[in-house]
Design a protein around this ligand. Structure first.
Ligand code: C2E
Ligand code: MG
Ligand code: MG
Ligand code: MG
Length: 287
């Protein structure tokens, strides 16, 4: 497009549309460059067991380490990468790196849980995704029992039959599945029953106001109750304050993920956190 930017072909585009297209192309090129130069890295954010206050699991979150701009957040490139299909290559890089790192932490006795990796709808459509994931696990030497895949409702909606069969195949191999960002999309409760999910992640948008607004608090409580009745574990996303934790503990929510315990950290800082093995002190005080 850039080459033709001055050509007649695009003369009807408004300036704004043009700018948008140019920006998209820039990001697309940046992603291509990042893949070629290995600029994508993985940060880790703890999931904390609310009953014990201990770090029990973690989510792998991609970052682009730009030589000049510094660390670029996924919100800036994941949506476009999904459009262009580059998410498939990024996803493979993230999965491999997250598995390699987890393998090192498991082998050194620092970590015993699962690493959760986000899988986008585009990736979930790969017909042999399960084999691809198993191949990476085999190459890395990590057991599937240390992996969880996070998918969103959007992924389930597009091709429910295909999604269901892929989910069953992943579960047969011992990989766990989490439904991410619950409450933001279409949030059909039917999904919870129909699909073989292990964990439900309640979106930060709900959690934000549970200490302030009674409707959000009741909704969260109801979601947790339904999830428990279906045998699912619940993770509250984006927990930042102690008063949110107190409520979630009352509702018997199993895990929290949020700045209250830790932001996502690079591998070396996350390793320090694993070594410290600290507990969420608020829990002990309020017990
Ligand atoms: P997500 O999967 O729902 O991940 C949780 C996001 O919430 C992360 O943002 C995390 O940093 C943020 N977060 C966690 N606790 C708190 C909190 O207490 N306060 C606030 N303000 N934020 C909190 P992040 O890392 O920027 O990632 C954003 C989204 O980008 C992810 O949302 C996910 O949808 C996507 N993403 C990240 N990494 C990958 C990846 O490797 N593959 C794919 N397909 N998507 C990814
Ligand atoms: Mg996620
Ligand atoms: Mg989420
Ligand atoms: Mg989110």
């Amino acid at each position: 497009f850039a080459k033709n930017a001055g050509g007649n072909k695009y003369q009807f585009f408004s300036g704004e549309m043009n700018q948008n297209a140019v920006r998209q192309l820039q990001i697309e090129n940046l992603i291509r460059h990042g893949l070629k130069e290995d600029l994508f890295s993985v940060f880790y954010q703890p999931k904390v067991d609310i009953a014990s206050g201990k770090l029990v699991s973690m989510e792998a979150l991609v970052r682009y380490e730009h030589p000049e701009k510094g660390i670029v957040s996924p919100a800036q490139f994941i949506p476009l990468a999904e459009e262009t299909g580059q998410i498939i290559e990024i996803g493979e890089v993230v999965l491999r790196k997250a598995c390699e790192q987890t393998k090192r932490w498991v082998d050194s006795g620092l970590f015993t849980g699962r690493v959760a990796v986000n899988i986008s709808a585009r990736q979930f459509e790969i017909p042999d995704l399960d084999d691809k994931i198993m191949n990476i696990l085999k190459q890395v030497g990590l057991s599937p029992l240390h992996l969880e895949c996070e998918i969103t409702e959007g992924t389930l909606m597009q091709h429910p039959e295909n999604a269901l069969s892929m989910m069953q195949r992943l579960r047969e191999k011992g990989i766990h599945l989490a439904l991410d960002d619950f409450g933001t999309g279409y949030s059909s409760l039917a999904y919870l029953k129909r699909f073989p999910i292990n964990t439900l992640k309640i979106d930060k948008a709900f959690i934000d106001d549970i200490a302030k607004a009674s409707d959000d608090r009741y909704m969260t409580q109801s979601i947790i109750t339904i999830a428990h009745n279906l045998g699912l574990k619940v993770v509250a996303e984006g927990v930042e304050e102690e008063n949110q934790l107190v409520i979630l503990r009352k509702f018997k929510c199993e895990m929290l993920q949020g700045y209250l315990y830790s932001r996502p950290l690079n591998a070396s800082r996350f390793e320090n956190l694993l070594k410290e093995n600290h507990e969420l002190k608020q829990l002990i005080q309020n017990a």
